[in-house]
Design a protein around this ligand. Structure first.
Ligand code: SF4
Ligand code: SF4
Length: 484
């Protein structure tokens, strides 16, 4: 391919503004604000990839390709035949005996607190087994799949740790399961008010002096009073959201939902395995508390003009603050201020990008509600959901396109991949002073960040659907979710 031709093709894929150029435009290179790390060379993996005949498969130089049907192990195709699955586990009769032996060894190690074999380790491993299969509110405490230990029946006491140790342990587990920005809330008389009064059918939620949660035909859920703590985490959404108004963008939405439910279910099994209650729910109508309230009060996020959680790592590009209500004591984390709420007073980018005029453009926040879909008592920019829902759900009739609307999520100044050094610099400045807020907001617009997909290098890719389907599989995060 001629060089000019190739360059023309490259610009179709990349409308790039390098970090160096961005920094230059901000005047930061001349200001000498530690820019060395920001001027590393821009990679061109996508361009290199599409120019190779292998398409999605790019092998390093030291891996050679062989002929079809001729792997490096020698095969005599005249001798090969299909496998008779009856021959699988020929020693099935031995399985019970081996299981008993496994349990004996595991119990001994657990009772002796052998590192890597304590109750928390068993509960953690068991969380990966058959997740997502049980009911929405709670899961049973079950026999551990690998070791066959049943904590209660085998006389193992519930996990004991200080609230600080418990929170650290839970944060480690949730992080591994896929949750981020992990926080905890201790329920107070005030924060009890962010719990819902009833479900979508009108059945009440209650707090009662009981040991186990329960539901009846007339009661959505009774939560034990002893469940005084809430473990909370962010569920990040992929940058494929940027393919706005297309069905493809919904991959990010439903991937985030399903991943969040998997994480939640694993957290439930983990905490149940420790011998404690773990009350969840689903992501829609069955929510015992408002997830935005939990995220904001526990310090995982600040409330934004969008009237939902905007987090330090993911901005508005996340599916919610997911949570588990538990009686496992957790050291609570405090609400945060990194200047997001203050930034929102003058930014208004999301409101300008809202095709339904659902987001407020007012200068001052207010206690006045736009409808009974708003929670009272917050002086904020209340969203008008009657205008938003049409664009999210009524996609066949609306002007939002087949994928509905996610404009506010992608427009948000803070919804940028945090590896872009410039954004870390801006975040630090925003947290310290509001003086540059209008300038930063205008820079965001000038660089067209609301229109494109921002790479870790600060490049803007204006046609992310092409990039998505042609991405370098070696470099892309598994599942498409940007997780660090
Ligand atoms: S999803 Fe779309 S319509 Fe709803 S608030 Fe966000 S930008 Fe507005
Ligand atoms: S786009 Fe601007 S106003 Fe809207 S939530 Fe983000 S920072 Fe706040």
């Amino acid at each position: 391919m001629m060089l000019k031709e190739r360059d023309a093709k490259m610009t179709k894929f990349h409308s790039t503004v390098s970090r160096r150029e961005f920094m230059k435009r901000l005047g930061l290179i001349s200001a000498g604000l530690g820019t060395a790390a920001a001027i590393s060379p821009i990679r061109h993996d996508i361009d290199e990839l599409i120019s190779t005949p292998e398409g999605g498969r790019k092998l390093p130089w030291y891996i050679k390709e062989r002929e079809f049907d001729n792997p490096s192990v020698e095969i005599d195709w005249t001798l090969q035949r299909g496998f008779d699955q009856r021959n699988y586990r020929q020693n099935a009769s031995k399985m019970a005996e081996w299981g008993a032996l496994t349990k004996k060894v595991s119990l001994e190690a657990l009772r002796n607190n052998v590192p890597g074999n304590t109750l928390k380790d068993h509960a953690f491993v068991d969380a990966f087994h058959r997740s997502g299969l049980d009911g929405p509110w709670s899961v049973p405490e079950r026999t551990f799949f690998v070791s066959q230990i049943n904590r209660a029946a085998d006389g193992i006491p519930a996990w004991q740790g200080s609230p600080e140790e418990n929170f650290k342990m839970c944060a480690s587990a949730v992080h591994y399961f896929g949750g981020r920005e992990i926080t905890a809330l201790q329920i107070s008389n005030n924060s009890r008010k962010i719990f819902c009064t009833n479900d979508a059918t009108g059945k009440p939620y209650t707090f009662e002096d009981i040991d186990e949660p329960y539901s009846t035909d007339t009661k959505a859920l009774a939560v034990p009073n002893k469940c005084q703590w809430v473990l909370v985490w962010s569920s990040p959404q992929s940058m494929i959201t940027k393919v706005n108004h297309s069905v493809l963008a919904k991959a990010s939405v439903f991937h985030a939902y399903s991943a969040a439910m998997d994480v939640r279910k694993r957290v439930q099994y983990f905490i149940r395995g420790l011998g404690y209650q773990a009350i969840g729910g689903d992501y829609a109508a069955k929510n015992v508390a408002t997830n935005t309230g939990l995220g904001v009060l526990s310090g995982g996020a600040e409330l934004g003009r969008v009237d939902y959680a905007v987090t330090p790592k993911f901005g508005a590009l996340m599916r919610g603050s997911y949570y588990i209500v538990t009686d496992l004591p957790l050291s609570p984390t405090k609400p945060i201020d990194m200047g997001i709420w203050r930034f929102c007073q003058t930014c208004k980018l999301c409101a300008g990008a809202c095709p339904g005029s659902a987001l407020s453009v007012a200068n001052e926040p207010t206690f006045d509600l736009t409808g009974n879909w708003n929670g009272p008592g917050r002086k904020c920019y209340h969203i008008d959901y009657s205008k938003c829902w049409r664009l999210i759900f009524d996609v066949g009739l609306s002007d939002a396109g087949p994928g509905g609307c996610n404009n506010c999520q992608t427009a948000c100044v803070f919804s940028k991949m945090q590896e872009a050094t410039i954004h870390e610099l801006i975040k630090g400045t925003v947290a310290a002073t509001p003086v540059f807020n209008t300038f930063f907001r205008n820079m965001d617009s000038a660089f067209g960040y609301g229109k494109g997909w921002v790479t870790p290098n600060g490049e803007i890719i204006e046609n992310p659907e092409d990039v998505f389907w042609n991405r370098n599989l070696e470099d892309s995060p598994s599942g498409g979710t940007v997780i660090r």
